[in-house]
Design a protein around this ligand. Sequence first.
Ligand SMILES: *[C@@H]1O[C@H](CO)[C@@H](O)[C@H](O)[C@H]1NC(C)=O
Ligand SMILES: *[C@@H]1O[C@H](CO)[C@@H](O)[C@H](O)[C@H]1NC(C)=O
Length: 506
Amino acid sequence: SKRNVALTLKSCTAFFSVDLPVSDCGGVSPQRCLIWGPGLDPDAVLPVRYLFIQAVGSKGENLTVSPGKDTFKVKISPLDKKEYLRVHVPPPLDRGDGSFLVRYRLYGSTVKGLKVEILHQDAAVAQSPYILRGPVYHEYCDCPESDASVWQSVLRCPTEEPQILADFESFPTVNLQHLRQEVPRRFSNRGGLVHYAVIDNRVYRRTLGKYTDFKMFSDEMLLSLTRKVRLPDVEFFINVGDWPLETRKEGAVPIFSWCGSTDTRDVVLPTYEVTHSTLETMRGVTNDLLSVQGNTGPPWANKTERAFFRGRDSREERLQLVSLSKKNPELLDAGITAWFFFRDREKEVGKAPLVGFFDFFKYKYQVNVDGTVAAYRFPYLMLGNSLVLKQDSQYYEHFYSHLKAGSHYVSVERNLLDLLEKIRWAKENDAEAEEICRAGQEAARELLQPSRLYCYYHRVLREYADRQAGRPARLADMELVPQPDDHMAACTCARDTTHRHVKDEL
Ligand SMILES: *[C@@H]1O[C@H](CO)[C@@H](O)[C@H](O)[C@H]1NC(C)=O
Ligand SMILES: *[C@@H]1O[C@H](CO)[C@@H](O)[C@H](O)[C@H]1NC(C)=O
């Protein structure tokens, strides 16, 4: 067959002899390509499973520019043709650097397993087809692994998370009785707090304060986590407001927040933005952390050599950017797209039309200035292939501690006084700027992948649970947060999900 012929081809002459397009010569060598990622492991249950393809040329070299967005085709089907299973597999995302990101969402579980086929023209790529022996569970199958260490090793969770260690330094023990009194007393009128208890791997909660709608994100994540791995019994507070809360040095209480700052003691969780993006990839959201990787604009050399900013008026420095931009249009293109906080200055500063996020990457440099807290666009900017110019800030997200100014991004003084100088530096040192951009992008790809997000949440809860003094409890006014109804795709969980250590704890 055509496919078998292609498989045996190794050299350009062989390609010519079977009349394949000439452009293939020196192009992709299907067998030598590399494929890896959690999407090849049946046990790595994620909302959207994903894997990577590195295109490799005929001499065994990694391609570093795109061989074309349609280079690879992916087919995913149940091993047993009699099993009905809906699988959504969009075309692979071309990351523009010779690598591709393949995503797929399962709309049901399969008993027998899956076949993942990856083709270049009609030739099998790397070891394709990949067989994932069943059962392979989908996102909504409530089938937790009872041994957390097994689950962690499937997801290849890192053995250390420096931010988590640092956050818990202030909290060698967590006195639950004290927390139940202190947290509501000190913080319940501060916006939004959600008091959770996970007991026997079921999620319960009550809300404190007025603005707790964002609990939908923490609910969603906790439910997703408990479907995958059995959590220890644990009782904690999540702050669903913008600002971190705990300013005390003495007598501080551990509260989970989406944003940290150097002058507070909150324990940082991934932001609701990153969390929601991961859970709803290819469903409710389109500008997510995976899809941005295939939409990073023209190659570096073809980008407009100016810094770019669009955003709302949530911090005064953002207005300052616009005035810098008016005076130095050859260096900076900045605009405010929505007015709320500084309405009285709208006339003077002006309103810029919205620009689609993916179009930001037509520009070589991206300015990241805080909003009310850390700008939650930072992860997305880091995944693009532009150089990020980041305003110095006391605010941070869960992954910032892995990134270094000067290696992964370029820092800019909080008052922006050196911004123009930094842009000029980048223009004059193009190779170095590109290198920083690449290193930043590579780190962000690793740190912000869905598996790492689950690892992070789990690690925070485990570290916390280990420190609890007193017994976590479902308080009288806590309600059960039910798992979503997924009767359309019932799954049969073949794992023993009972808690092996339940007897020891009684
Ligand atoms: C090619 O790419 C793969 C995947 O990123 C990497 O592990 C490998 O080291 C690269 N090989 C070379 C020779 O650079
Ligand atoms: C980049 O610019 C070069 C030179 O101007 C041009 O030949 C090439 O087509 C451009 N590539 C893209 C992807 O825009």
